[in-house]
Design a protein around this ligand. Structure first.
Ligand code: GLN
Length: 484
């Protein structure tokens, strides 16, 4: 096995036994990027020199007796998280040239632990999309089939993990952007509860939905990454003042007596039969392990797509008002006056999907329409949350598909935004309710991975990790790797 193919926990073991160094590990990963990223295009930017320097520093720390599961581990960061001294574009032309003077809290926690940052991964512009095709720079390809999308918006991070171009990665999930690309690329992706991880330094898309998440080659790696980034942050008033449990000790393969809810609304007409079949087969695995399946209902599931696509654009329209060509990044020169400068900068800096959302959001918030759209959507959001509250009275976690299909072809849905929005039907509700969820691989169809989701109650990441871990121990889908 090549070093870049290791999981985080495998690499940690070899590092702490002194059998490999972080410099060797980092070199192997950088070589892999060199070899395959011309085809995958997961990275917007890499920082090889800085990576080797921090690998050396990590080796020195280890020589002095320090140890941490992430010390010396090379990781990738979605380009919506601010990195001090390293350009952060959110996949948008409007932030070209923006170099943040500070690190996002999630990033600084990884750095404190001694991890090695490899670079910034591609994303749909401002994380708006489900395929990474909305990047203002280029399209990322699915490592399993280069003609297919990697999912989105954290498609760069998921593809980098799947192609062994990093050992793990951070993504963000506003409506599924960690879980859906994890499913499309056959890796594990965890979206923590809203408030579990600080959003400080995460460039805001929809502030009431955004959450930093982790992508790894298996469940253990997601637990290690979550452990490092979770916790209250005085710089983010929405981060929860709750103690952080020991997620690694939650990884016990015993799920006897665990109640797994199966919401009937998530098995809809028109979904790919192999996906439905794989999720049902996974339920049989859990049943063999002693878990109990319970049919539940989340009756307001149908409203998730319209509610999300009103609220997320409404929040985005406010959050994106700050890109005026004065404060950050790109600015069109030679404007006649300040209004002309704003107009030209935003016209050229933003791509079509971002403009569509700013218009939708501004409309939904405007006087006269606010009650009919924004307020109504907020009320429906509460109903969606109450559906989950009722379901979690009867079960410990819910099992659902991640997406109705496996990865679709590049270009297949770009002409029809509604078709693209519909790919999110199984992921949006969780963000609207503010809960946690995890996607793990559970099958293959025509050479493409299938993913299922384990949804958990607020701040109960431990249960979803445990349920995921038990499944992973009993199966080998997580061991498959694409041939590149
Ligand atoms: N696909 C959804 C959207 O386009 C979710 C994106 C995300 O989670 N960042 O908004």
């Amino acid at each position: 096995m090549r070093l870049n193919e290791l999981t985080i926990h495998q690499a940690h073991e070899l590092l702490s036994q002194g059998r490999i160094s972080s410099v060797e590990l980092t070199r192997a990963v950088l070589e892999r990027i060199e070899q395959v990223d011309g085809r995958v295009r997961a990275y917007l930017l890499t920082t090889p020199e800085a990576a080797l320097n921090s690998a050396e520093a990590a080796d020195r720390r280890r020589a002095q007796g320090e140890d941490h599961p992430l010390l010396g581990i090379p990781l990738a960061i979605k380009d919506v998280l601010c990195t001090r001294g390293v350009q952060t574009t959110c996949g948008s032309r409007i932030l070209q040239g923006f170099v943040p003077p500070f690190d996002a809290t999630a990033v600084s926690k990884l750095l404190d632990a001694g991890s090695v940052l490899l670079g910034k991964t591609n994303t749909d512009e401002f994380a708006m999309g489900s395929s990474t095709e909305n990047s203002g720079y280029f399209v990322t390809h699915n490592p399993w089939n280069l003609a297919r999308v990697p999912g989105g918006s954290s498609g760069g991070s998921a593809a980098a993990v799947a192609a062994d171009e990093c050992l793990g990665a951070l993504g963000t999930d506003t409506g599924g952007s960690v879980r859906q690309p994890a499913a499309f690329c056959g890796v594990a992706g965890l979206k923590p509860t809203y408030g579990r991880v600080s959003r400080y330094g995460l460039v805001a898309f929809a502030s009431s939905l955004d959450q930093v998440g982790t992508l790894g080659k298996d469940v253990t790696d997601c637990a290690i990454l979550l452990q490092a980034i979770a916790g209250h942050d005085p710089k983010d008033s929405t981060s929860a003042r709750l103690p952080v449990p020991d997620y690694l000790s939650a990884l016990c393969p015993n799920v006897a007596g665990i109640r797994l809810g199966v919401p009937k609304e998530y098995f809809v007409e028109g979904m790919q039969p192999e996906v439905e079949g794989a999720v049902h087969a996974a339920l049989d695995v859990w049943a063999d392990l002693g878990a109990e399946a319970i049919e539940v209902s989340l009756p307001h599931t149908d409203y998730a797509v319209p509610v999300y696509y009103l609220l997320a654009p409404a929040e985005a329209s406010a959050n994106l008002a700050r890109y005026d060509g004065v404060r950050y990044g790109f600015s069109v020169p030679g404007a006649q006056d300040i209004w002309d400068a704003y107009r030209k900068t935003r016209q050229r800096g933003f791509g079509p999907e971002v403009k569509r959302r700013i218009m939708l959001g501004t409309y939904a918030l405007s006087a006269g329409y606010y009650d009919a759209y924004y307020l109504k959507a907020q009320k429906a959001r509460t109903l969606i949350k109450q559906d989950f509250d009722r379901a979690f009275e009867r079960c410990d976690a819910l099992i659902v598909p991640t997406a109705p299909t496996t990865a679709f072809r590049i270009g297949e849905k770009t002409e029809d935004p509604l078709q693209m929005y519909l790919t999110d039907i199984f992921t949006l509700s969780l963000n609207l309710a503010g809960l946690c969820g995890m996607a793990i691989p559970c099958g293959m169809a025509n050479g493409l991975p299938i993913g299922l989701q384990i949804l958990g109650d607020a701040y109960d990441e431990e249960t979803i990790l445990r349920v995921a871990y038990a499944y992973e121990q009993a199966t080998d889908w997580h061991l498959r790797r694409p041939q590149l």
